[in-house]
Design a protein. Structure first.
Length: 258
């Protein structure tokens, strides 16, 4: 059975009043994120060089315009001082290719992200590592689970570097790494998912198939049955409009971190 669509498992403050009422002290300030179209420069060709937008080539101008309109008005839970993305050789949605082995991720997962990830791997087959800089979560939970499995199939290493923050559905993407790394100050934010009707995980019966989607994913990512249940229960104990921040040591209770 598929997931209720769409899931809005991201740390967007859709109801600002609710976030301010329930967020922890360190999360009382929010910041507005605006969209910047990133370009890479190709100095090949008779024209002496040209700009290439990988997203436009992949998805078309209409999709980019829709994403920009949405991003201009959304708000995020606060993030720490983050490492820079650095100079990108190419950009695919939230992914910025830094060198032949490394891609950095910053931004949401949308319905387009699995296709962007596949196109990136096809163009850069030597990529081995995803550094997750600032990842708020997913706007499409089904796409997020597809992406998590794609990361695992590709055998990639997932890394939260110093100052990095991953929240909500992005935590599943980090769990998907064949090898996982995290800096001592890495931040992991978890909370319950919510469907399009505002129902959260604990509003569904314990035997509802929707829960099996997550428990199955955690088993695929290396947790035993007991740890998968414990991790799922822990995330869903925090309401969608709130966030619980975990440390590297907290995550090490559930999975191996190198």
């Amino acid at each position: 059975m598929g997931l209720p669509i769409p899931f809005f498992r991201t740390l967007i403050a859709a109801a600002l009043a609710a976030v301010l009422a329930f967020a922890p002290a360190q999360a009382q300030q929010v910041m507005t994120i605006t969209t910047t179209i990133s370009w890479t420069y190709d100095d090949a060709g008779d024209d002496g060089g040209r700009y290439i937008d990988e997203d436009a080539a992949l998805l078309g101008d209409e999709t980019l315009a829709e994403d920009a309109d949405f991003a201009a008005s959304r708000r995020y839970a606060p993030a720490p001082a983050l490492a820079t993305l650095g100079h990108a050789r190419a950009k695919y949605g939230p992914f910025s290719v830094i060198d032949g082995a490394t891609v950095r991720m910053a931004g949401d997962v949308t319905s387009a992200t699995p296709r962007q990830f596949a196109a990136m791997l096809a163009a850069h087959p030597g990529l081995k590592r995803i550094e997750m800089i600032d990842c708020p979560g997913s706007l499409d939970e089904e796409a997020n689970l597809i992406l998590a499995r794609a990361i695992r199939r590709a055998g990639m290493e997932t890394v939260v570097p110093a100052g990095g923050s991953i929240r909500s559905g992005a935590v599943e993407l980090w769990l998907a790494g064949l090898t996982r790394r995290a800096a001592p100050d890495a931040e992991f934010g978890v909370h319950s998912w919510a469907d399009e009707y505002g129902r959260e995980a604990n509003d569904y019966p314990a035997n509802d198939p929707v829960h099996a989607e997550y428990l199955g994913l955690y088993r695929e990512m290396g947790m035993d049955a007991a740890k998968a249940r414990a991790f799922y229960a822990m995330t869903n104990a925090t309401p969608f409009d709130d966030v619980r921040y975990l440390t590297r040591d907290d995550m090490a209770r559930f999975v191996t971190i190198h």
